[in-house]
Design a protein around this ligand. Sequence first.
Ligand SMILES: Nc1ncnc2c1ncn2[C@@H]1O[C@H](COP(=O)(O)OP(=O)(O)OP(=O)(O)O)[C@@H](O)[C@H]1O
Length: 380
Amino acid sequence: MPLDRAPLNSLGLPKPPSDTRVVVAMSGGVDSSVVAAQLAEEGYDVVGVTLQLYDHGAALAKKGACCAGLDIHDARRVAETMGFPHYVLDYENVFRDAVIDEFADSYLAGATPVPCIRCNERVKFKDLLETARDLDADCMATGHYIQRKTGPTGAELHSAADPQRDQSYFLFSTTREQLDYLRFPLGHLASKADTRALAERYGLPVADKPDSQDICFVPNGDYASVIEKLRPGAADPGEIVHADGRLLGRHDGVIHYTIGQRRGLGIGGLSEPLYVVKLDVDNARVIVGPKDMLATRTVPVREINWLGDAPLTSRAEWHVAVKVRSTRPPREAVIRPVSETEAEVELVTPEEGVSPGQACVFYDTDSTRIFGGGWIWRGN
Ligand SMILES: Nc1ncnc2c1ncn2[C@@H]1O[C@H](COP(=O)(O)OP(=O)(O)OP(=O)(O)O)[C@@H](O)[C@H]1O
């Protein structure tokens, strides 16, 4: 039978599992361990690869972080349990250049970056994906909670079945070419409990391992001290100023603030609650104001990655749902393209705390499909 008419295996490839090589990106956490174990159990030729993203002993590392020594050890134990080969690759320089440096510079420029998106885009789905191809793999699988479906014009990206776990916001910049090669076997699961049940069933040593938290190289969410270590003395102290011009206090650097922040401003004793409404890096000023100043209707977006069927520019106005923060539900909006990679997104209901450096991700209003997204910036 010609290969293109052969029935597809569970990864959607026209070869029996035993002839299909899959590189599994293994963090040492329960999700990617279950992916690797399940595929090995189904008879795929699994090769596990773990990236060492920073030195476990270095100042940035935290105990149990996704890319440090303990996790490498866990990934290796899973590979041994299931009997497939496992490699560890030193990606420290790649990760620093592609993710950590921009993270620090972006905060110093008054933005609120999302390094996990850059890691997917520039590390896992770039260099690691190339490594998988070099290893002659037919595809690469990860433990991301997202669905890849085959539509009439090829692979489509859809939100995970479990909205609590959905990672679509972090994967908007996946290109169609990358998507052709990627597989996300956990995206259809109803809940994380299902993943843990599978880990138990396969007898994996990581079945009870706690979920990883937030940004892997930022211990306890204290990103400001990470930036201070990376760029000592780079954050200029300055003034905290009310939008009406009143001087309210001083700060130790804009890196300590994000748009929408209310707590920890150190300007108590005022009658109205105040929020960070703008970070004016050129003048080292944190501008604060009342809550209603946070409401944003028009969001300038650039570096758009397009996962739809038609180029964005072919539609003058386009009704979608968008997420402007990873933790928010999609909200109704209209996209007005400015160029192939830039657009103005008009939110039907204004949202608070829209910050440069975050992603704006576009969703279909009638289905789980992701049409793409881009990066929020200050605009001209
Ligand atoms: N250091 C790494 N080396 C190889 N692959 C990785 C690494 N870190 C993450 N990944 C891959 O990216 C996926 C998503 O990473 P994320 O940091 O969101 O982990 P997670 O959702 O906690 O999953 P897990 O339980 O597998 O750690 C992982 O499931 C894994 O496939």
